[in-house]
Design a protein around this ligand. Structure first.
Ligand SMILES: Cc1cc2nc3c(=O)[nH]c(=O)nc-3n(C[C@H](O)[C@H](O)[C@H](O)COP(=O)(O)OP(=O)(O)OC[C@H]3O[C@@H](n4cnc5c(N)ncnc54)[C@H](O)[C@@H]3O)c2cc1C
Ligand SMILES: NC(=O)c1ccc[n+]([C@@H]2O[C@H](COP(=O)([O-])OP(=O)(O)OC[C@H]3O[C@@H](n4cnc5c(N)ncnc54)[C@H](O)[C@@H]3O)[C@@H](O)[C@H]2O)c1
Length: 500
């Protein structure tokens, strides 16, 4: 079935400036991949983008945030080397820190832009697209009829109502924080999700006086209470956190010292976990209260796409991004399914491949198992099913555990804070999911993701070598703990102690 541009009026038909086979709206990671894949089979294609022709990832997302974390990590190591008998006098040059973040960020962004620059000019339109009542795409002075539409419009920071006006120039989001020319002196971060944790800890490690607020007693939306507790314990060692606090009001007040620079002081009125009203004051407030998909203003309903109460498209095929049997595909952050980079990339590739003339031969990326990593230190990772999902599944499960507090290599490196839980099915010897806070979680998470994706059992994993002494050896300890708790009769195998 086609979308509603099939029923357009004669008047509208006369005004159409282009008729294309495929239109991609949004040129971030998902849109660019879709365009690349679709271009292999059709020349009659156009890509429309509002704003920079790089990507959120390279310009204001993954890469600049990891660059700031890299600087913070260096600062932290240099300041915490006393335990090794190394005493350093550390000076942090905020301007230089931000200059490197921006220069390296520009390197990544320009690499993306170079590829986009190589695409024919007439296939690219700069402007904000809107889908009108006839299902036609309006952009600048163009009216485009597209047989197939791929929507890859991404997401934007969500700012609670009224806060933009109330906080004025003291408001930061991930869209503008990397543009600062110097490190602030103080900052509140509201929201302890991925953005909040990564930015709050980095800024604190770089000498900024940071207070992190979250409405729940939870970080990174962790759903395993023991892992959450451990994460809070590890993070609280270097970060002031006001968890389970309720932000009642935000705003600005004048301050004699800063009035010269025409800057106000930000304040947050909040109720702490005991219900006492408190006030925070400082230079900036980073609002990290989530992101919303850019779909509301697009006119997507004019393509007969229905959204649920959270703005997620109904009838989304997660293999291709196609909406029911409409010739409409919604991919990347725009579909609010899993707003992560690797997912946007894969969905773009699959949607672009699906719109090829013979799409039964399309080369589709299978949807990956859930995998997420927060790059605070220690890192937080979730793989496969969450603990509540495992509990709800009715499966007979065990939890294999390892603490990284005493783990050999973690202690050697002075990064010994963490906990890994592996949820395994008692009958099948297979891993269902895992949650972790700890050192090297990014690598351990990938090994677990490979195991789940390829249906490896615990025994197969334990039969692979674990080099000594590595932090990844902690994974083996947790796998052995799973094995000990299983009802499966294993070949005689003594439980080994940790090897030091
Ligand atoms: C600070 C931060 C850190 C992050 N870190 C990580 C990380 O470490 N790992 C990870 O996996 N993910 C991370 N993410 C998430 C990741 O960046 C996103 O999931 C990914 O970039 C989404 O890509 P996309 O193609 O869907 O959207 P985008 O790259 O945002 O592209 C959407 C494009 O569509 C354009 N557009 C919007 N509306 C219209 C319209 N009406 N007409 C025309 N164009 C339009 C936009 O201007 C934009 O250019 C991070 C995000 C942030 C904000
Ligand atoms: N490492 C990564 O993969 C990475 C890093 C950064 C961003 N991202 C992506 O960006 C998305 C958005 O990240 P995010 O951290 O902004 O959102 P999030 O949804 O992950 O977290 C938002 C947090 O803010 C809290 N919150 C919301 N409103 C609040 C309020 N009024 N007062 C106090 N707390 C409040 C929520 O309880 C939650 O803990 C993520 O879902 C992820 O897809 C990923």
């Amino acid at each position: 079935m086609n979308h509603s541009s099939d029923n357009i009026t004669e008047n509208a038909t006369n005004n159409i400036t282009r008729h294309v086979e495929v239109a991609v709206i949004g040129a971030g990671t998902a849109g660019q991949n879709a365009f690349r894949a679709a271009r292999r089979t059709t020349k009659n294609i156009v890509i429309i983008n509002d704003g920079f022709w790089t990507t959120t990832c390279a310009t204001i997302g993954c890469m600049p945030s990891k660059l700031l974390i890299a600087a913070a990590s260096r600062a932290h190591d240099a300041q915490h080397s006393d335990q090794f008998g190394i005493h350093a006098d550390v000076q942090i040059d905020g301007k230089q820190v931000m200059a490197r973040v921006q220069a390296e960020r520009d390197f990544f962004a320009n690499s993306v832009k170079k590829q986009v620059d190589s695409w024919p000019e007439h296939k690219k339109i700069s402007g904000r697209a809107h889908i009108n009542k006839d299902g036609l795409i309006e952009v600048n002075n163009e009216l485009i009829k597209a047989d197939k539409i791929i929507v890859a419009t991404g997401s934007s920071p969500f700012i609670p109502e009224g806060w933009t006006d109330k906080l004025g120039d003291t408001l930061l989001t991930s869209d503008n924080i990397f543009e600062l020319s110097d490190l602030p002196t103080s900052m509140a971060v509201i929201g302890a999700g991925s953005v909040g944790l990564e930015m709050a800890q980095s800024m604190a490690r770089l000498g900024v006086n940071v207070t992190l607020f979250n409405r729940e007693n939870r970080v990174a939306s962790l759903q395993d209470d023991d892992i959450n507790k451990k994460a809070i314990d590890c993070l609280a060692r270097g970060l002031t956190m006001k968890l389970k606090s309720k932000v009642e009001d935000v705003g600005t007040c004048s301050d004699d010292k800063t009035i010269e620079n025409k800057k106000s002081v930000a304040f947050i009125k909040y109720k702490d976990r005991e219900g006492q009203v408190q006030e925070w004051q400082g230079e900036y407030v980073l609002v990290a209260t989530g992101r919303r998909n850019n779909i509301e203003q697009l006119g997507i309903e004019n393509l007969d796409v229905e959204l649920d109460d959270k703005n997620r498209p109904k009838n989304l095929d997660i293999n291709t991004g196609q909406i029911g049997d409409l010739e409409v595909y919604i991919i990347g952050d725009a579909n609010a399914h899993i707003p992560l980079l690797h997912v946007a990339s894969d969905e773009g590739f699959s949607a672009g491949s699906s719109v090829c003339p013979n799409n039964t031969d399309a080369n589709l990326r299978p949807p990956s198992i859930p995998l997420s990593i927060v790059f605070c230190e220690p890192q937080i990772a979730n793989i496969g099913m969450t603990l509540p999902e495992v509990k709800d599944s009715g499966l007979n499960y065990v939890i294999g555990k390892v603490s990284f507090d005493t783990q050999g290599r973690s202690r050697v490196m002075g990064v010994n804070c963490g906990l890994l839980h592996i949820y395994s099915c008692k009958e099948t010897d297979k891993i269902l999911g895992a949650s972790m806070v700890g050192p090297d979680a990014e690598y351990i998470a990938h090994i677990l993701a490979v195991a789940i994706t390829n249906d490896l059992c615990i025994k197969e994993l334990l039969d692979t070598p674990f080099y000594h002494p590595t932090i990844v050896e902690g994974l083996r300890t947790a796998l052995r703990d799973v094995q000990d708790k299983m009802s499966i009769p294993y070949q005689a195998q003594l439980t080994q102690e940790d090897d030091f």
